[in-house]
Write a protein that binds this ligand. Sequence first.
Ligand SMILES: Cc1ncc(COP(=O)(O)O)c(C=O)c1O
Length: 419
Amino acid sequence: MHIDVEEIRSHFPIFERFSRDNIIYLDNAATTQKPREVVEAITSFYYNSNSNVHRGVYRTGEEASELYNHSRENIAGFIGASPDELVFVRNATEALNIAATCLPELAGKDSEVLISRMEHHSNIVPWQIASKRVGITTKMMENMPERQITWEDVEKNLTEKTRIVSLSQCSNILGTINDLSEIGRKLHERGIFFVVDAAQSVPHMKVDVRSLNCDLLAFSGHKMMGPSGIGCLYGRKEILEKMPPYMGGGEMIKEVFEDRFTMADVPLKYEAGTPNIEGAIGLSAAVDFLKKIGMENVREHERELIKYTLDLESERKIQSLHSYGPRNPLIRAGIYTFQLKKGDSEKSYGNYVHPHDISHLADRIKGVEIRSGHHCAMPQTLALGTYATARASFYIYNDHKDVEALFDALQSIDRKMIA
Ligand SMILES: Cc1ncc(COP(=O)(O)O)c(C=O)c1O
């Protein structure tokens, strides 16, 4: 199926404002727009069935529980998991914090965790905090800054103490898509736990937790057209059952006595307190929206857009444009990170435009909204030999015209700002 961008846009009320005010939104790796279907699912819950879940035995209480449980089933199925393996959390960051807090208890306190230089801060800092708290060692591997992580990269960095490897499936700066299935399989053969940061993959391609051979996997709802404040931690059932709980309170218990408690079954063991019910319902509606389009079509659309971007880059020959990431669209997500600089200089005026200025000017000149800075991945940014980059990132509602507008803006900035 070819994606009909105009038809897709008609589901998003914000595009009325975008066309009125000439806004071209290209910051989808940060967060995505929401279709009417998602907003209406949330509104309908509030208007018709609002109640707490897993408590009241009255009608709206039962309806709320049903909607919440159905959302879990739907989202779990979307990534090839069973419902008792899907924990609702706030976002990918919270899911990775649970991993870094609870998994070291199974791995052993003097074990090593291996991460890559490609990681978002959410897959670095929680492990560094865990290192301080429980004495595990966090090691960042020497992977090449711009290409896929291979099994050889991982293997070279394993020691007899490595018990956890945590990697992103897709880099939020380079757009590199890592082929993790083989890595997962080999790690399991060695009895090493495998955690996957899927924040930039689940929204954009078919992800199947079984074929990834992972133990834990994290993603966020807001990056896949769902609401903010809802995300998921997938965990292999055996792992979720063995890990200690993350937070205590209501919902995560079976019984509480004066001096002890017994735990609820998974996944509720990890869902202390009243959950984000409307968030789960909204995310489930986003999953329905994606399922209707088909994840193969989503990926194909973005693969084609990044190919068009790279082709346009060659065609336009903007003298100061320098971009990062793999050139092969087959292993590249719809993420385009770049700088405007002549030679290597980021210091002299007239040779370099700071990414914040690029972002500001791209909006002023063409209404193109792109991100600038270190993109919450400072080790990756530094590995590219810089402190900041500009980034355009695409989703199903973007098209060739959006990419052309970006290049028009860059051409104009280059002419104005580079000597
Ligand atoms: C690769 C990656 N991991 C994790 C995150 C964290 O996501 P969130 O802020 O929704 O928790 C992001 C967000 O940009 C990301 O790109």
